[in-house]
Write a new protein. Structure first.
Length: 634
């Protein structure tokens, strides 16, 4: 059977399978799997609140335990060769606190030995882990916060202020400064003793050692800027302190979503619960019980296991699947597409969220990532939703207003440098990445990225029909060209990693109207072909995200193979041999079931949170196969 015939058959199979999985409300709901971090935090939180939910605690316990490796460790991705100390401490702590594992169990003995072999609990680097340990009495709070709580009161007109941080960091920083400021600790009679996890270091370090930090001079400059700004605040210190504490509490309360979670993220919702406890809230306070209920609602049941999603992906999955189906030939008039569009229309944002601090003029019109997200839209979800409803605007005039609002919001989010961010415009003060915490390098700010810029250009070109005759398109393509790596690849922030970024850049440039023979395009294609696996597919390790250079996985994954092929299809007028063997390998991956089909190809926080999107083995292969047929199949 020739490649085109195989492609047609697989498109038909995928289409039928995807159609069967659509929910009654028009959405698709797949698991957003992010390791055991959130499962562990859920157990710790439920035990701390002394909430009676034994069935859930046992389910989460069992899921965590099954993820333990032979050496006693837990990993955040399959090929993390030495295990992950922070993840292992979280798992060990949660398993003991659940009451269903004991220190004398062989699994716990092995975990303990792994932790001690890495220097003990003092050597963990994940700030989220330290926060949970400190708030529950197992790790010392720093004697003073790195950023004084009064910093929250600085107006946005100041050179450095709270809203210069990314949205993700802000919703974690607000509860963090409250907890550190109050040195809050809460324990119960069931709290496990973790003192035997101590290593050789006498004094654990909450933040990285400033003197050894690679940007220590920049950090000192940042702290000096903050101190200078704080000196300009007018008021009695005690009252300023009280006002800042109240402001932090109010900041959280005003950003609670209808489902009770903070900003629809599990991690900051956990931190909010502890911060509210530190503010005197009772364990049974409605805000706290509602937050727990919201977290429970994000549980995902898969393969007989239960896991807690950090941020469910219903809108993202629905938009991408609807678009992929339409690209494969499913009519926009079909019930499946119309139901998906109706669901998406109900999730378009109408509120002015924090994004409007740096983008004051346009009306709301974006989409968020999760079903419960009403105030934190992002560019990627917005362009995904707009792709999904574009054809509906031709047959249903009611969609035109939604389209116009979404398109205008997307255009308004372009950064001054020509690229596009994820959540907020011009939030790119590099000085903030110099904070001595590992997470700051990738999450402290929200700058232009290759994947957001490339995917936005792809949308504007292929779906909105805009090209290089528009200055904002030219600025976007110039930004991509300027940010190409020396080897021809591009780094992608929200996927793994250089394959993801290179795909986004090349498909974006092609849709915008850049010529295929452009030097940047040819270098990018050359790089993709140079890393093709012997079996015809592509695969990249999460190590790339840690080391900031391409690291091969040594195997092929469905989504990464699809991304690489889609880029090749966008550039080449005719199929090339590497493409045809790649298509065959892509199809074969969709009939396999091993670690490569569940390998995380989504990026969250470097070294902490990587995502296995259960939807990705459907979305990207279907889109790529459809593009192959559309371009070469006649």
């Amino acid at each position: 059977m020739d490649v085109l015939s195989e492609t047609n058959r697989e498109i038909q199979r995928l289409t039928e399978e995807i159609m069967r999985m659509q929910k009654k409300d028009g959405s698709w709901r797949f698991c957003f799997e992010n390791g055991t971090l959130t499962d562990a935090y859920m157990i710790i939180t439920l035990r701390t609140l002394q909430m009676d939910n034994e069935t859930l605690i046992r389910q989460l316990h069992d899921r965590i335990l099954t993820a333990q490796q032979a050496d006693g460790s837990w990993r955040v991705f399959f090929d993390e060769e030495e295990g992950n100390l922070s993840a292992t401490v979280e798992a060990y702590y949660a398993l003991l606190y659940s009451g269903y594992s004991k220190k004398t169990d062989e699994s716990m003995e092995k975990a303990k030995q792994f932790i001690l072999s890495k220097g003990g609990i003092q050597n963990i680097t994940n700030v989220l882990t330290k926060v949970f340990l400190a708030a529950t009495g197992h790790y010392p709070w720093p004697s003073s916060t790195l950023i004084p709580i009064e910093f929250l009161l600085l107006p946005t007109s100041f050179p450095i202020n709270f809203f210069d941080f990314s949205a993700f960091i802000r919703v974690h920083l607000a509860p963090l400064v409250l907890l550190v400021d109050r040195q809050f600790v809460i324990t119960t009679d069931a709290s496990p003793d973790l003192s035997d996890l101590a290593g050789n270091r006498l004094e654990p370090v909450f933040f990285n050692n400033n003197g050894q930090h690679e940007h220590s001079r920049g950090l000192q400059h940042l702290l000096k800027e903050i101190k200078t700004s704080l000196g300009k605040l007018v008021g009695v210190p005690k009252r300023l302190h009280e006002a800042a504490s109240k402001w932090a509490e109010q900041y959280m309360l005003e950003r609670i979503e209808p489902d009770g979670t903070l900003y629809s993220y599990a991690t900051c919702t956990f931190m909010m619960i502890f911060a509210l406890l530190s503010s005197g809230y009772d364990k049974q306070h409605p805000v706290i019980t509602s937050a727990v209920q919201g977290l429970v609602a994000t549980l995902c049941h898969t393969d007989g296991k239960v896991l807690l999603q950090n941020s469910p992906s219903e809108v993202w999955d629905t938009a991408l699947l609807s678009h992929a189906l339409q690209e494969s030939g499913t009519s926009a008039g079909s019930m499946a597409i119309q139901n998906a569009a109706s669901y998406l229309l109900s999730k378009q944002h109408w509120k002015f969220g924090d994004w409007s601090v740096h983008n004051r003029n346009p009306v709301p019109g974006g989409w968020g990532f999760s079903d419960s997200n009403t105030i934190n839209p992002d560019v990627d979800d917005t362009t995904a939703a707009l792709r999904a409803i574009k054809r509906l605007t031709l047959i249903k005039p009611s969609y035109r207003d939604a389209w116009n609002r979404g398109l205008n919001w997307t255009l308004s989010m372009q950064n001054k440098d020509g690229g596009w961010p994820a959540f907020e415009k011009d939030t790119d003060h590099e000085i903030l990445t110099w904070l001595p915490v590992d997470e700051a390098k990738t999450a402290a700010i929200d700058p232009s990225t290759t994947d957001l810029t490339g995917r936005t250009l792809e949308f504007l070109g292929s779906t909105a029909g805009l090209g290089l005759n528009h200055s904002f398109i030219r600025r976007g393509t110039n930004w991509l060209i300027d940010h190409q790596e020396a080897d021809g690849s591009w780094y992608g922030r929200w996927g793994i990693c250089y394959i993801y970024g290179t795909w986004a850049a090349l498909t974006g440039m092609m849709s915008a109207g850049v010529e295929p023979h452009h030097q940047a395009v040819q270098k990018g294609i050359g790089w993709l072909l140079s890393i093709q696996n012997a079996d015809g597919g592509w695969g990249e390790s999460c190590k790339s995200d840690q080391l900031m250079r391409y690291m091969p996985l040594g195997a092929s994954t469905p989504s990464q193979t699809a991304w690489a092929l889609d880029a090749l299809i966008a550039v080449h007028p005719k199929p090339i041999p590497e493409m045809e063997i790649g298509i065959r390998r892509l199809i074969s991956t969709l009939h396999e079931d091993d670690w490569t089909t569940t390998y995380p190809t989504g990026a969250g926080l470097a070294s902490t949170l990587y995502i296995h999107y259960h939807s990705y083995r459907y979305i990207w292969p279907l889109l790529t196969l459809s593009h192959y047929r559309k371009k070469y199949g006649g």
